[in-house]
Ligand binder design. Structure first.
Ligand code: ZN
Length: 157
């Protein structure tokens, strides 16, 4: 495993659309494992492949026990609406309020090539939505209602 460099806002790769993964081979597994290591090293809770410069539809999310590797993730259902704070490893030092669905159903392929369909809600749903946006070149700062520098946050919230 290796820690990869996290691309920062302004890097054009973050604005491109990622491609579907057709074959889950050792290279893809290695990439996903590097993404987990990179996410943990940066104290993140989710990371998308374009954030390490790879335009493939892969995200990793810190789970309750084990991290989730979601390949070709799709939101197949969403319900409700909730606004909460989020941040992004590609936009360090900032956070912002983003309105997102409250409950979602996500379909993806895991690293064992199994098709997974899960219902997620609350902050976990937010992380999925945020990471899937990255695969379409969307950053939360595009959709945030308000963005703060992290030291201002305490005064303004
Ligand atoms: Zn992000």
């Amino acid at each position: 495993m290796a820690i990869r460099q996290i691309r920062l806002e302004g890097d054009p790769i973050l604005r491109k659309k990622s491609k579907e993964v057709k074959l889950i081979d050792e290279k893809i597994i290695q990439l996903a494992q590097d993404m987990i290591e990179t996410m943990r090293d940066a104290n993140g809770i989710g990371l998308a492949a374009p954030q390490v410069g790879i335009l493939k539809r892969i995200i990793v999310i810190e789970g309750e026990d084990n991290p989730i590797i979601a390949i070709n993730p799709k939101i197949v259902y969403s319900e409700g609406e909730i606004t909460d704070l989020e941040g992004c490893l590609s936009v360090p030092g900032f956070s912002g309020f983003v309105k997102r669905p409250e409950k979602i159903t996500v379909e993806y392929t895991n690293e064992k090539n199994e098709n997974i369909v899960i219902d997620v809600n609350g902050y976990f749903a937010r992380v999925f939505l945020h990471e899937i946006d990255h695969l379409d070149g969307i950053l939360y700062i595009d959709v945030a209602e308000k963005i703060f520098r992290e030291q201002e946050e305490k005064e303004e919230v």
